[in-house]
Design a protein around this ligand. Sequence first.
Ligand code: ACO
Length: 334
Amino acid sequence: MSLYAAFRSIGAYVPEKILTNADLEQMVDTSDEWITKRTGIKERRLAADDESTSDMAAKASQIAMDRAGLTHEDIDLVVCATVTPDYFNMPSTATVISDKLNIRNVQAFDISAACSGFVYALSVARAFVESGMKKNVLIIGAEKFSSIVDWTDRGTCILFGDGAGAAVISATEDKSEAIIDIHASADGAYTDMLITPAPGSVHPMNQANLDAGLQYVQMKGNETFKLAVKTLTKDVKEILEKNNIDAADIPHFIPHQANYRIIKAVGDALGMREDQTVLTIHKYGNTSAASIPMAINDLYEAGGLKHGELMLLDTFGGGLTWASAVLPFAGKNA
Ligand code: ACO
């Protein structure tokens, strides 16, 4: 009997504090009109000062575990995708989350793939489950992106927000529930396109590097934008063709929420209708690895995601990394 990996449940946590475009107008030389027109973002959420990435992740995870009908004792692997971990560089955020959820004595580790992290984690969970090594994998995308943003840089600070999403990937023998395909790729030639230079072995934590602001995210926005549209369009076309799926037959296109114009350009190139495309960019901004699971959760809680319905995920981020996935939702209806 073959083993397959099923996307069993979804959960998310959204911090309370809202930062609007009007608030940003008071902080940097920008306008609600510019941000709305160029990105589609109206507001984003910010974690509280004493709220960490693992705090948000643990809340999202508990919801995902409850919806899967599982307890902490059933989870046998925890994978957290984040570029804003609780600690640079140890312990991993996944181990801190495990402790908060009372998940003991199981493998736990982080994945660093920026905005592509959740789909990367999905591919890892799938491999562990299909090989028979694990039965119930908790995957998480969580970011306190506000902790690495330079709030004086209008080119980046308007884009990002905080939040967390989580899912349980479980073993099944029912092929109709199986994740159909995942593409995950990277090209390190574009390292400097999106980077937080410090702290790390290249630029260790010291006063000179801090004074130079190397701890903040730096982005070549316009180049990243063009590469994202080109790469995602090609990647998604390939995964659909390879699996003989027509874009028109996908009920839920759930792209990474980085910029409405990227989503629209890729969606148009694929022939996606508006009613197929899930959008949260206006209210959460870009939450990096948390963006896709937060969007899936929004759809689920609105009653729009039913058992067996197909999801098409696509994402693009620092590295550069990119990924796409086609899978049915194998959880209970909301
Ligand atoms: N308010 C007002 N004006 C601004 C702002 C702002 N917040 N930011 C930039 N500008 C100005 C620039 O200074 C520039 O002015 P100039 O023409 O006088 O020089 C002008 O607006 C145009 O700047 P561009 O950078 O060319 O604007 P663009 O249309 O490319 O939009 C943006 C910028 C929104 C950042 C866009 O490039 C983008 O979304 N890029 C992709 C981001 C992304 O997808 N990242 C990947 C995922 S993130 C991750 O992995 C962590």
